[in-house]
Ligand binder design. Structure first.
Ligand code: SF4
Length: 226
């Protein structure tokens, strides 16, 4: 009887959301191709305002030309800019990547640091990039908040904020630490493929009856959107 009660007890909504996303996305794809922690750092810097697919088209030739932090620290800006041009904001990104490489070489003995505090001291590295590295490279609980996570978290009313730092705090409060990295990753993929910015696929959404975004759902029903 006790066991039955335990089984039928409802999960808190945020956990139910994550559980359904775990079923819908059993093996989340790794988005940015890389072979080393520093290459992931570079790819993540490049992914700002750019799709992962485009970054993945650029990084094979980029990493063939420059592979290690030492290589990147000696890169000529004009040469680097030419290779990464198609990712947009290439002048800033090139400057940040070289600055980042120099900091890693000179301040961290060539190793990407493994704490939020240290990562945030690197040029071009904000909390999103730092969380990507902490979660993927160091296996630390890390909530990556990008544009997809921001949109989905708002539609699901897991936050009332539009600011990534606050959304990170709100999701951190709602989810157990062991679900931070994988949970945020699944929310991101859900946003990329189902809960899209325009015309979300509500009628095919595994979170439909948990989602308070009635306006989106009505619009989707109106167009019979699958
Ligand atoms: S029901 Fe629609 S708005 Fe809500 S999470 Fe799903 S796709 Fe997004």
């Amino acid at each position: 009887m006790d066991q039955e009660r335990q089984v039928s007890r409802k999960l808190p909504r945020p956990l139910e959301i994550i559980q359904r996303l775990e079923k819908a996305i059993p093996e989340p794809e790794t988005a940015l191709h890389h072979k080393t922690p520093f290459q992931l750092l570079v790819a993540t810097i490049l992914s700002a305002q750019c799709t992962d697919a485009r970054v993945n088209r650029v990084t094979p030739s980029l990493f063939q030309r420059y592979s290690t932090p030492d290589d990147f620290s000696k890169a000529g800006l004009a040469d680097l800019e030419a290779v990464i041009r198609s990712t947009g904001f290439y002048k800033n990104k090139a400057k940040n990547i070289v600055g980042c490489a120099r900091a890693v070489v000179y301040r961290f003995k060539g190793q990407v640091p493994g704490t939020m505090e240290a990562l945030l001291t690197l040029p071009g590295v904000g909390r999103k990039t730092a969380n990507v590295v902490l979660g993927s490279v160091f296996g630390k609980p890390a909530l990556v908040v990008d544009t997809h996570v921001r949109r989905v978290a708002n539609r699901l009313k897991l936050t009332q904020s539009n600011h990534p730092d606050q959304i990170e705090i709100d999701l951190g409060r709602l989810l157990p630490k062991e679900k931070w990295t994988s949970g945020a990753h699944r929310i991101l993929l859900h946003g990329r493929h189902v809960c899209t910015a325009r015309n979300p696929h509500c009628l095919a959404c595994p979170l439909f009856n948990l989602c308070p975004a009635e306006a989106e759902k009505k619009r989707a029903a109106g167009r019979g959107a699958l």
